[in-house]
Write a protein that binds this ligand. Sequence first.
Ligand code: PXG
Length: 293
Amino acid sequence: MGLTIYLDGDFVPQEKAVISVFDHGLLYGDGVFEGIRAYNNRVFRLEEHIERFYESAKTIMMDLPMSQEEMADVVLETCRRNNLQDAYIRLVATRGVGDLGLDPHKCGKPTIFCIAASIQLYNEELYTKGLELVTVPTRRNLAEATNPRIKSLNYLNNIFGKIEAHLAGVAEAIMINQEGYVAEATGDNLFIVKKGKLITPPIHAGILEGVTRNCVMELAVEKGITVEEKLFTRHDIFNADECFLTGTAAECIPVIKVDGRVIGSGKPGDITWDLISAFREQTQTDGPVIFKE
Ligand code: PXG
């Protein structure tokens, strides 16, 4: 069945949701986006996603033509129009239609669209067996150049990581920053567990501040687990007791091998499992309701 898409103020059938070839989102990757999930009739942490969306837009000097509350309503209404209580949502703002030059001032107004689709769940076997990862040669973007905190439409850096992971015969990559410290995966944040402590790279490692990352850190603190944001290297991953990734699409997913080194017991660890189930529980009640009684 065709989806109903929000595009620049209207809800239109997906065949009609088309964008100009002069849109700078397409010509230059000039724009920002969010990947959001809905669970059990609620849009998970919608406010945090909208806030990050506006922060990304502010950094690239793009004025969004509505308030954060109105943008949140666009997301909720897109779910309603598609009759979805569980969904994968993509909210995008491009610089808009301009000429062939890269000057953003020539673009009149941002193009804004929102897609809500039914979610393609990851295979549960990935969670019970865990993932194998490799570190890849392409470094994560330098924060002083294209800051990874901006969730921009420019994902080539991450796509290189994905390609290099596939060349190495695995599904996902760990990206290292310019200084040699672990940054993140191509579309997920990374955690390790060592002697009962949960450790993840700080924002200044050059990462996206993940909504799932923040939620998992909160849940760990609630469970009395010590959480540290600190720089670490591949060596710390190889010698960790547990490792997992977090992201909107994958949620929390265990990692059992990195660059050929078995992590911990080689099976998803106890703290990882504890946090996976706490996260799954949290998604059932966190965020604004889509269909009110
Ligand atoms: N780091 C990067 C670089 C990301 O793109 C995350 C971390 C996790 O953030 P959240 O807020 O989702 O916990 C992301 C998320 C996908 C997909 O389909 C994932 C993301 C973007 C686009 C697609 O796996 N990003």
